[in-house]
Design a protein around this ligand. Structure first.
Ligand code: FAD
Length: 350
């Protein structure tokens, strides 16, 4: 039992990493204020497919009930354009749930446990107090410097065509991949990563249609026609940065702010949840004056280095193979003949 609480924690960013950390700290009686730049809930560019250890982290924090209506997926179906390449069985089921719903449930849970949530409060990162003791940066992906190379887009469909009720379908196209998976309430999430094509403009849904067409994913144009797109769920991001992790920073960073894993792994949310979970015990020790800030930060950064570096490096190495038409064909060939070490690659990247 901890005796004296003298130190509070300030979390910057109310995505998965920030909210989960906030809940874990509140459960240990630590004072937490969380500053989120935008509104909650909101749609986010995400495949909404939690694959790997993330679900177990939520259960471990007593949050399993938040996933009660999520869809469980135990397969990944890989396609090259129209053609099915192979099927991958997942070692543990992945969870299909929208970020709109999950983030709101986590935010409600956080405030119920006594956490202070301040929405529409963008913390100025130029502030002199930063990096300061007790500040944890969960403020999402770092913006790539230089010319943007990638575009991420996502859209919900209100009905799920029968072929897509079980498992994640990944469609490889020219310079892109797109995931389709069922989420709560009979909806389908379509989310893709595209190499930016400067010639394509148009707004929202129109851009998505043009990109799918230009990448040769005509089968997905038909899915969109059948599936009643919910245009209010459309969102897009650019300036994504998949460069290597630099752990030992002066700031304590979690989730995407620490480094972004290539989206095809469906593992970014899991890393956000795992990094939050790994940070809880050292931050509780700091809050109860069992250790100093630099010691807590160093312990957490060492955990991250052990658990995430290899995963992210291997994913970074595999990523270009999914985007290039020659390697896509080779992957299809190897997959069909069961020559791809799918289980091994999964273990290395999750
Ligand atoms: C195309 C694409 C597909 C993906 N598909 C999947 C998938 O299927 N499965 C998966 O697991 N992962 C996927 N990911 C990755 C996943 O979405 C992220 O890894 C995850 O959202 C990271 O969570 P986070 O809490 O670190 O950041 P976020 O969820 O981005 O939250 C960061 C929060 O910080 C806030 N913020 C930013 N700056 C400030 C500031 N200065 N002050 C206050 N608040 C601030 C933001 O508003 C935001 O709410 C995908 C990513 C992309 C791009």
């Amino acid at each position: 039992v901890h005796q004296a609480i003298n130190r509070n924690i300030t979390i910057i960013g109310g995505g998965l990493a920030g909210l989960t950390l906030g809940i874990g700290l509140r459960q240990q009686g630590v004072g937490v204020s969380l500053h989120e730049a935008g509104n909650l809930p909101r749609h986010r560019v995400c495949g909404e497919f939690i694959c790997g250890k993330g679900a177990a982290i939520l259960s471990g924090l007593g949050l399993k009930s938040l996933l009660a209506d999520a869809v469980l997926h135990d397969k990944v179906h890989w396609y090259h354009k129209e053609k099915k390449l192979f099927q991958q069985k997942l070692p543990t089921p992945a969870i299909g749930i929208s970020r709109y719903v999950l983030d709101q449930r986590l935010a409600d849970f956080f405030t119920c446990t006594g956490g202070q949530l301040h929405c529409n409060q963008r913390v100025s990162l130029k502030n002199e107090l930063i990096p300061g003791e007790g500040n944890v940066f969960c403020n999402g992906r770092q913006r790539a410097t230089g010319k943007p190379l990638w575009l991420g887009m996502k859209l919900h469909l209100q009905s799920t065509p029968h072929a897509h009720t079980n498992g994640l379908s990944v469609y490889l196209g020219d310079g892109c991949y797109v995931g389709l998976s069922a989420i709560e309430n009979g909806q389908l999430n379509l989310c893709g990563l595209f190499r930016l094509r400067p010639g394509i403009g148009g707004g929202k849904l129109q851009s998505l249609l043009h990109y799918l067409d230009a990448c040769g994913l005509h089968c997905l144009l038909r899915v969109l026609e059948e599936g009643e797109p919910d245009e209010s769920s459309f969102c897009a991001v650019t300036a994504l940065d998949f460069s290597p992790l630099s752990h030992f920073r002066s700031r304590l960073t979690l989730g995407d702010q620490m480094g972004m894993i290539a989206p095809f792994t469906g593992n970014g949310m899991s890393i956000a949840l795992e990094s939050a979970s790994m940070a809880i015990a050292p931050l509780v020790d700091y809050a109860y004056q069992q250790c100093g800030w630099s010691e807590a930060t160093l312990i957490i950064q060492q955990h991250f280095s052990q658990h995430f570096s290899m995963r992210m490096n291997i994913a970074r190495w595999l990523h270009p193979l999914l985007l290039n038409s020659r390697s896509q064909a080779a992957l299809g060939y190897l997959g069909r003949w069961h020559l791809l070490p799918l289980n091994h690659l999964f273990k290395l990247t999750h």
